[in-house]
Design a protein around this ligand. Structure first.
Ligand SMILES: *[C@@H]1O[C@H](CO)[C@@H](O)[C@H](O)[C@H]1NC(C)=O
Length: 174
């Protein structure tokens, strides 16, 4: 009987913590903090995830491939939220541009925050997340991609940042 109780508690907690996948209210869109994760201290350093972005520059209307991957293995996660933000602190800190999810990922990912963010749809463990970012058709400025990741019921990482994506033409070859 005890194992069943434990299993149910673990399941219930994982479900609650996957928080930001459920509807993503506007406050979550701004803070990128899971809704129900407040009783857990989020980690902000030594995050075992990083972004792979290509290319590292963009112009209006461009499509950029964005991938969040684990460093090494064994760090699969149950929840994720990804957004783009301007690096300029004087600009409004809200999601920039929109995302597109490939048809094969529709079962696990969904668009939230008026398509300005991607989040998990369920709490199935995942090894990496790959999406397309659609740059705004107006509006300029360097951006970074930001991620919040729920690794499991007591490990949340906030503020994972990609390298800077420069607004403008391809940099000259070195
Ligand atoms: C994971 O990789 C990223 C990018 O290389 C790095 O910044 C980060 O410190 C690494 N995390 C750990 C825990 O090694």
């Amino acid at each position: 009987m005890m194992w069943l109780f434990t299993a149910l508690v673990v399941l219930a907690r994982a479900d609650v913590l996957w928080g930001f996948a459920v509807g993503a209210p506007r406050s979550t869109c701004r803070s990128m903090t899971p809704d129900h994760g407040r009783h857990i201290t989020p980690r902000t350093t030594n995050q075992p995830y990083h972004f792979e972005i290509s290319p590292l520059y963009y112009k209006e209307g461009d499509e950029i491939q964005v991938k969040l991957v684990q460093n090494g293995t064994g760090k699969a996660y149950v929840g994720v939220m990804i957004q783009a933000r301007y690096t300029d602190p004087t600009k409004l800190q809200v999601a920039v541009g929109k995302f597109r999810i490939s048809p094969s990922d529709m079962g696990t990912l969904k668009l939230v925050c008026y398509d300005g963010a991607v989040s998990h749809k369920n709490n199935r463990r995942t090894e990496s997340t790959e999406v397309t970012w659609l740059a705004p058709t107006r509006g300029t400025g360097d951006i970074v991609f930001k991620a919040s990741v729920v690794q499991d019921y007591n490990k949340i990482w906030l503020g994972i940042e990609s390298p800077v994506l420069t607004y403008g033409d391809a940099p000259p070859e070195p």
